[in-house]
Design a protein around this ligand. Sequence first.
Ligand code: ADP
Length: 521
Amino acid sequence: MSDKALPESLTLEQFESAVAELREILGQDRVYTDDINELRAYRDVYATTKDELHMPSAAIAPESVEEIQKILAVARKYVVPLWTISTGKNFAYGGPAPRKAGYVVLDLKRMNRIIEVNEKYGYAVVEPGVSYFDLYNYLQAKKSKLWIDPAAPGWGSVLGNLTEHGAGYTPYGDHFLMNCGMQVVLADGSVVETGMGSASTSNTAHLHKYGHGPAVEGLFTQSNFGIVTKIGIWLMPEPPGYRPYMVTFPKEEDLYQITEVVAPLRLNMLIPNAATTVGLIWDACQRVTKKQYYLGKGPAPPSALKKIAEDLNIGMWNFYGALYGPPPLMDNNWKILEEAFRSIPGAKFYFEGDRPDDPAWKYRAQLMQGIPNMAEFSIMNWVGSGAHIDFAPRSPATGEDAMKQFTTIRDRAHEYGFDYIGEFLVGWRELLDVFMLVFDRTDDEERQRAHECFGKLIEDHAKLGYGEYRAHLDFMDQIAATYSWNDGALWKMHHRIKDALDPQGVLSPGKMGIWPESLRK
Ligand code: ADP
């Protein structure tokens, strides 16, 4: 017990009293304190820092809102910092691990009811523990004609991903945009329904987002202002037709033109889903590992990348898109899209049936159709015992910005000995680059290097005016500090809200760089 991480606010005696009270609420089998047999499951296995920095002192697994309210009473009494997770699969950004050692993980995966699916209006109401696989399987069993929009790994929580501003690959891919109605437990134990759901007689809680007064759902995403216990999420009705396609491009510089071509098509919705341009290595990891092409140190050289492209019949960039709708509509849209892509020299086209043995095609075609899978984890095999943290900046959707993001990240990654493994998504109006910084998690020196590289990338992008949309635990404060306009006015406001709603800081202190007054530096 002596080496155990403890909350900074507590003595061992106080911690043990708190645990005893939590056991009274949850029973023996839903309070976990054994570091080796229980709490190791709450590590961030992909951390670039040492496990000890994020080792929880305990984890607790409530099954209802009433239990959460009782837990909060204990947390307030002893000032125990709770760290809320849903399914805890947010790997690349910290997984189930808390921001700081000693926090108690509030693990909501046992709250996993699918409360409602409304076939007519196309929505579901789910609790935090419902994964994409759960919801998909449920809809399949009911022979529902509604699609889900999974994040790339299907084991994640529908609610957890939404609260993190996560994205998927169907036209409903902006998850928070598809949120309608939220239930939140505040630090003082009060329970709030947002939007129309707050009208006692409402029958539109999941049909209309705003209700009367301020729309507050955003306050509970990427924040620590409350515990989200239920969400409404809109689901896309199965369209009358679906045709995935892939267009490959041979040169790195093609990213400029791809982005110029795709952005207006996305803006006017001829491309209705997250238009994704996938880099060579990201795609290749479905079939090959680095060692097969390069045994030296540092990033794989251009000659190796060229050979991979030839062997796998893929491009330096690989665009995945899909047509949705009645066949005549798809036929017409395709004419416009084909002409646009053909304006880029070297573009090659592939459709259903053209790549029967290509798992990269298969999982992309599934994701754009709302079928969850876990294929993307193949990327971890690139370097053996692979791990990754993700760097995710947003810029305007122009060719110039795409090349600037790409070359800045690639050059920094190469400088630190890492490969560029990335994809670009054109959103409604912006460009998102997801760079997977993949490193060998068994090599301490490499982990340290990955950590330093990541910090540099944040600095580089702040200078270029590109903010990150999501942050790993270890980089939340650094990224928050880049949102500094008008003397950091936004984070000052966040802090004021935190102080009003959770003055003791019992809810996820430090999430996104938001701290209660007592812990602010
Ligand atoms: P997923 O399993 O979908 O990847 P997680 O459960 O790991 O998502 O949650 C990701 C992050 O989102 C957590 O670290 C936490 O900050 C936040 N989060 C998750 N669930 C909730 C919730 N119910 N209420 C508030 N914040 C949450």
